[in-house]
Design a binder for this molecule. Structure first.
Ligand code: TXA
Ligand code: MG
Length: 335
């Protein structure tokens, strides 16, 4: 039986967070909110506990996990890092960004899927921070969804998908970003972007100088398994087909004619191309951050009620890069 706590992030319930923190330390699994998506956590130093994460998600064991810490200085305990790099990291943490570094011996192989590197994130969400502090150990946590599904960003979706798969679920209000953290590799000569997210390449450039953005970020090539293990799996996918449309002014109707009840996610200025057909739709906000925060919740919602999700391709700019990265993986067809 899963114990479910709902906690207001502006008014923390310390008794509940102490209980969940202690449970984590003692080998239990806890789903918790972060500013990006919900995480499924276990004691990052306890191999038996970490095995439960892979089982609860149905995650392939060669896909490594992120270690979540509450304090930037603690990075030194788990990875090799010099002061200069640590100072740069301090400029963007806590927050929605994950750093790949050379791991120290103390990090179990099961966390890193036998790699020499470990991914580390210091979340900004008050519940995540308090929980990690209470646990007193680093928390290994992937996104809380069943492997291959869109990440979880809404409390009702978390309970629906994960109830009875973990020991505790902590739900709270909606996240700030709704897309997973930016992942960067700091072990190479240049900083390499492994997963685009809320912290944009432009922002990273300000802090780290040169940033390498591999082609697979834009879906142009298959991911190089050696550097980005998580990228090779189909991801973020609803059951129903997702179709990405580059240009609604061109004829796209032939590609969707077999669907009886599609829904469109579309920019307001392009509504004119579908309006007369009586299709259901969601407007994509001009401010992509507003769309990002609800994207996974919308995919889950329409997966239940419609037979296809037709989405307008967005510009690969700012958080648009992260949105498009997820949508290209979710898409069964790009037209
Ligand atoms: O926002 C987030 O990052 C959320 C919250 C819960 O913190 N977590 C998350 O975890 O999205 P997950 O496991 O779904 O995605 C982690 C990504 C995967 O693509 C994984 O392959 C990659 O980070 N990763 C983990 N360790 C790595 C490593 N040592 N080297 C390269 N990539 C790594
Ligand atoms: Mg994930």
């Amino acid at each position: 039986m899963t114990k479910i706590f709902n906690i207001d992030s502006l008014n923390l319930n310390n008794d509940k967070l102490k209980e969940a923190g202690l449970a984590l330390k003692n080998g239990k699994t806890v789903i918790f909110p972060t500013e990006t998506v919900y995480g499924l956590g276990a004691n990052g130093l306890d191999e038996t506990a970490i095995k439960k994460i892979y089982k609860a998600k149905g995650r392939p064991s060669d896909n490594p996990l992120i270690l979540h810490l509450s304090n930037v200085e603690d990075i030194k305990k788990y990875a090799y890092i010099n002061e200069e790099l640590l100072n740069k990291i301090k400029k963007i943490t806590p927050g929605p960004i994950t750093f790949v570094l050379i791991k120290k011996e103390i990090v179990p192989d099961i966390v890193t899927a036998n790699r020499e590197t470990v991914a580390i994130r210091i979340p900004a969400h008050p519940i995540a921070r308090e929980l990690i502090k209470n646990a007193g150990v680093p928390i290994a946590a992937p996104s809380a969804n069943i492997s291959g599904k869109p990440s979880l960003t809404r409390s009702k979706d978390v309970i629906e998908e994960m109830n009875n798969r973990v020991d505790y679920i902590i739900t709270s209000d909606d996240p700030d970003f709704g897309l997973e953290s930016t992942v960067i590799d700091l072990t190479k000569k240049n900083v390499v972007l492994l997963r685009p997210g809320p912290i944009s390449p432009e922002k990273l450039k300000d802090i780290f100088g040169k940033i390498e953005v591999p082609d697979f970020i834009y879906g142009k090539k298959e991911a190089d398994i050696a550097i980005a293990p998580g990228m090779k799996y189909r991801h973020y996918s609803p059951e129903k087909p997702v179709i990405l449309v580059k240009d609604f002014s061109k004829d796209f109707k032939n590609d969707i004619k077999n669907f009886k009840k599609p829904v469109f996610f579309i920019l307001k200025e392009n509504l004119k191309f579908i309006k007369n057909d009586g299709f259901d739709y969601e407007i994509i906000d001009k401010n992509y951050f507003e769309f990002a925060v609800k994207l996974f919740a919308l995919l889950r919602k329409y997966d239940k009620t419609h037979d296809a999700i037709i989405i307008e391709s967005l510009k690969d700019e700012g958080i648009g890069i992260a949105i498009m990265n997820r949508l290209r993986k979710a898409a069964s067809k790009i037209i």
